[in-house]
Structures are given as C-alpha cells and as structure tokens.
Design a protein. Sequence first.
Length: 275
Amino acid sequence: MESRSVLITGCSSGIGLDAARGLKARGWRVFATCRQEADCERLRAEGLESFRLDYADEASIEAAVAEVVARTGGRLDALFNNGAFACPGAVEDLPRGALREIFEVNLFGYHDLTRRIIPLMRAQGRGRVVNCSSVLGLVGAKWRGAYVATKFAMEGLTDVLRLEMRGTGLDFILIEPGPIGTMIRQNSIPHFEKWIDWKNSARADEYQTLLGRLYESRGPDRFQLGPEAVTVKLIHALESPRPRARYYVTTPTYIVGWLKRLLPTRAQDWFLTKG
C-alpha cells in the first residue's frame, strides 16, 4: 500500500522538525521544507525529503508545490502549515512595515500555500490541512500584538475554510499550542531590533521587562512542553477517522479555553493582565 504523504513547513528546528521525524517514523512520506537550503541539506543527510519553501517568497511556494507534484504524481494527503515568527513590542510602537512583514509570513504565506494545495486534494477527494495556531490565537497578550493579530486572522480563515469545504472530503484543523520549547524567542530578536524603537517609546521604562525576557535565557517557561507534545496532537489530527476542529496543547491553552467560555471579556482582561 502506498504510504501517506505530508508537506510540512518550518522544519529547520522545533515543532516542524519533530513533526517531520515523528511522522516519518510512523511510515508517512514526509516533505520537510525549510527557508534555507543549508537546513534542507542537513535534513536530507538524515534521510528526509527536503527542499526550500519560504512563506515570504511566492516563487519558492510555487516551486515547492511543483516539486511535490513531480515527486508524487500530483497527490498529497496532508499539509501542516507550521513556520512562523514573532515581532515583540507594544502595539503603539509597531510600524506599518513590521505588520506587513509578519503577516506576509504568518498569514499570507499560509494562505497562498493552502490555496495551491487544495486543487490536489480536491482531485483525489480527500485531504487534511492542519494550521499551527497558538494559545495567542484565542486571546491577546501584552507585547505580542503583531503575532496575536496574525494568529487571530489565521483562526478566522481556517474556520471559514472548514465551513466552506464541508462535504468535500477535505478537513481544515487548528492546533493551538501554549509554551513550547522552540527557538521562537531567539528568532524574534532580529525583528524586534529592526522595527521597535523602544528607547524613544512612551513605554521605554516598561520595555526593561521585555528586554530581560528577550535577551536573557531564564530556562523553560512555566507549563512549557517539548515539540513532541504538538506532534502527538498532529498525529491524531492526521490519522483519526474523525479529527477534531481544534487541538489544544499545554495547560495554558486549556485554561484560556475555559476562561473564554465562562468569563466576560473584562474579567478575562483582568486575569490575563495579572497572569
């Protein structure tokens, strides 16, 4: 029997890398993509099929889909949209360019790739698209406005796709992790330094706390889990006969889900500010 195939983005480290290894171990044919060719070479050396895909580069998305078609004859069972980055800073300090840059990757790239994959899945009458959202796709958090905005938008698009594709054999699923041990904090530093003029901000004094969190390694966050916790939920999303629409990962996501169901907005704000 032909093995199931999955295209995964953001596989250079963290969630994407663990997912690629985990699914390959379960017999999936994994196309593990990365932004940088050097990372693709490293993955090929360990036996993964890997090639470039950069959400910010439309040509690389087109080329990656063409590569999948060439290697599979036009079939693909699943897509795991995973790669993303953060740009920390107070919302009032985010220039237009910062939002444009993060939306290009965290939302527009996901959307572009998904639209190119849907015709393949339509032709075969089945397929699953899993989008890696976040607990910050459910609630806002101070200093994370740019990232929160992209995840809220992704949740909305995914919900509408799920409604519009009902009855087609295609499933659209969200995974919503809380704190996971990845490189997202370290990788956010160049974006913060590029876009946030914190020294001239009305909140300059408040930025000291953010600077400490960005530049100082303080060990794992409270409730933090490893990337394998996401892979466990991804496996269920891809292999269950009846996948859920949403998969929570980590205790904070479950707490937030409970808060949103039970508390009015002002009470949620108080809790999140204190937290």
